[in-house]
Ligand binder design. Structure first.
Ligand code: FES
Ligand SMILES: [Fe+2]
Length: 338
């Protein structure tokens, strides 16, 4: 397994990324985290809302997560006592009346969904120009639990699996499904597969409907007599590693026991399948010009859609008007090559 960076694009595309389970962060707790090649801290503000900011103090670089103190929803640095509110603004320099206007920590926009703390990352710390329209999970769904894996792979490669039709047979040992839809509309990508009637899985799985909001978050409905939902999140940790989170969301069944049993089975099954992908992901090289044939699935289409999230090379003059693919990238016919 190589330690060299294998991709012709940045390890850190912009997007919304899961970094933590909300229930893991108690009131008054300060957590240090590492994602996007950065060090971060997370805590709850005075109102209980989760705050995430860069860990190194704007003053002289102390790590706020090592000895920092939480005070009324603000975070005080352990080195010289500067205090930051949940939005990252310095609100107190205890030994000076002057607070420099640029005394602030980058604070990440946060969404909490399916017990996941999801933050917006953009290389130049620009505010989000889009938000994922995540489906409401209240009512008929239940969030069962999460498995997380640290994998040496780029998140784009993980997403590419969803449109890579033949790999379902060779990696996951299933009859190849039919690709019904693969369509990128702005920052959302839709993939729908149908199980073939000759598949042994046809009786309990008619197909999978998947939506991706950027490259970081996806939700897949496994459609059958009982439809189960699985949220898969992909978050860059550093230039080499990503964290893959699998959250099982079973439908609410007549008893809690039945719901939990469904959730457990869903989590185990999808985790098993992901573990089959991992050796391929970790050892492959990125084929920039893959030799595609009819039946390979819309790999090139997927890659064109992904391009809009690489904003790192945007210069300061154009940094506020980021390039964005507005075009619909659709696949009306099943299983074309690109
Ligand atoms: S380094 Fe944080 S207050 Fe000085
Ligand atoms: Fe796979």
């Amino acid at each position: 397994m190589t330690d060299e960076y294998r991709y012709p694009f940045s390890p850190y595309p912009e997007g919304w990324f899961a970094i933590l389970e909300a229930s893991e962060l108690a009131e008054g707790e300060l957590k240090s985290l590492e994602y996007f090649g950065r060090e971060l801290v997370a805590f709850r503000g005075a109102d209980g809302a989760i705050k995430v900011m860069d860990a190194h103090c704007a003053h002289q670089g102390a790590h706020l997560g090592h000895g920092g103190k939480l005070e009324d929803g603000c975070l005080r640095c352990p080195f010289h006592g500067w205090k930051y509110d949940g939005e990252g603004r310095c609100v107190d320099v205890p030994y000076s009346k002057e607070i420099p206007s640029n005394a602030r920590q980058h604070s990440y926009p946060v969404i909490v969904w399916a017990n996941l703390v999801i933050v917006f990352y953009q290389a130049q710390n620009l505010p989000p120009s889009w938000r994922p329209e995540l489906p409401d999970l209240d009512g008929s769904w239940s969030v069962y639990g999460r498995n997380a894996f640290k994998v040496k792979v780029h998140i784009q490669d993980v997403g590419e699996n969803g449109v890579d039709i033949p790999h379902f047979k060779y990696v996951h040992d299933t009859v190849m499904p039919d690709l019904v839809r693969a369509e990128g509309i702005e920052t959302t990508f839709y993939i729908e597969t149908a199980t073939r009637k000759d598949s042994p899985h046809y009786q309990h799985l008619r197909g999978i409907k998947r939506q991706l909001w950027g490259m970081g978050i996806s939700s897949s409905d496994f459609v059958g007599q009982l439809t189960g939902r699985v949220i898969i999140c992909r978050t860059p940790i550093d230039a080499l590693y990503s964290e893959l989170s699998i959250v099982a969301v079973p439908p609410k069944l007549p008893s809690e026991k039945a719901t939990a049993a469904f959730g457990k089975a869903l989590l185990e099954r999808v985790s098993e399948e992901i573990q089959s992908d991992i050796p391929v992901w970790e050892h492959k090289k990125y084929a920039e010009n893959p030799l595609l044939v009819r039946g390979d699935g819309p790999i090139s289409r997927w890659r064109r859609w992904c391009k809009q999230f690489y904003t790192e090379d945007v210069g300061p003059a154009s940094a506020t008007s980021r390039p964005r693919a507005k075009k619909k990238v659709s696949l009306p016919v099943a299983n074309d090559a690109c």
